[in-house]
Design a protein around this ligand. Sequence first.
Ligand code: HEC
Length: 134
Amino acid sequence: MKFPNMLQSQFVGATTPRASLCAPFSSKLAKLALAAACTVALPVLAADPPKGNIEAAKAKVSMCIGCHGIPGYRASFPEIYSVPKIAGQNEKYIQASLRAYATGERTHPTMDAISKSLSEQDMADLAAYYSNLK
Ligand code: HEC
């Protein structure tokens, strides 16, 4: 597709934030070109590693508490496993462990299943939450 000259000059050296760049055009072609440019640009932004949110994690820990215990405790269920204490662990370590189970790099029957159900954001939130528990 050939960009109209006026549009191209808007892109070259554009330093304005993307939102305002996406707004002010009216011709149909310009809109199409911008829609394409904006959709292509978005996944690049989303590729930043998610930041953990402790508050958001509070709605997600219910699926961990049964085994990893009430906050700060070492749990004894299920009895046949020794369940590692994750409260107070290093944030990056928790996140990396969850990803390792999710990718199959590390395996454990229950943790595999659980980590595969988590999004990257869930893992980041849970890591932030547990690393901040004393
Ligand atoms: C059914 C019991 C169970 C549930 C539920 C569970 N875990 Fe686990 N978890 C375990 C066991 C057992 C291990 C140790 C597995 C191993 O040896 O690799 C473990 C290991 C881990 C580890 C690695 C710890 C280390 O020291 O390497 C992390 C991190 C973890 N779990 C986080 C979570 C989070 C977060 C949740 C909730 C989303 C959760 N687990 C839910 C049983 C459970």
